[in-house]
Design a protein around this ligand. Sequence first.
Ligand code: ZN
Length: 262
Amino acid sequence: MIDIGANLLHSQFDSDRDAVIERAHAAGVARMLLTATDLSTSTAAIEFCTRRNDIRCTAGVHPHVAKEVESGWISRLSELATSPLVKAVGEMGLDYNRNFTTPEQQQTVFHSQLDIAEQIRKPVFVHDREASADVLAALTSHGRLTGVVVHCFTGDEKELDDYLSAGFHIGITGWVCDQRRGQPLRDIVTRVPLSKLLIETDAPYLLPHNVPANELTTGNKRRNEPAMLKYVVRQLAQLYGTEEAEIITATSRNAREFFNWK
Ligand SMILES: [Zn+2]
């Protein structure tokens, strides 16, 4: 399995990061993509991936912190993103749920990152929360993107169909395991063809609801980690009516191709 979205540098992993990675491998997660959210985590992520084969990263600015960019950030990010350890530009996008940064500034920072991705020919790792019309407009206005994944998709049927029509990949997290708030997603997720499906934990967030209590690591009982990716796979296999092996084969192949991670 390949976890395409893990916030491995989050402080919740500070005390046992190596053990978390070992548990992921033991659970069949061969590779993880470490998601960066600003220039300093992008720098730290690249450093973390150095001398490793199992972990690669993104470099980018999350919409929550778009207001914090400093002058010169575009050239600095371009430079970071050209590292061979960086497999996508992001996470980037729009989040109108919280609006920690004004929508206008979020859009400015989003478009600048889309320009960078086009220039350096790397795919984009996109965050959309209650902003799909503007996210779609921004993405389709950049015609030279090499690939788009909308990560942690939680939108509705029309939003999903619009993204799929545009040829984008869709990242599914443990949100799909939640029988209450995840039900709308459970009802539509199989519209995603297996050729466009990617899986992620978004650890330490979004612990899948189908994880048995005895599997939870001691300490923080709500913390998610990449080893739990198998529960996303299990849920998807049930919803698609197929074997877990087929979900794993398809999503691993998609991730290797999409991120050019051979
Ligand atoms: Zn996100």
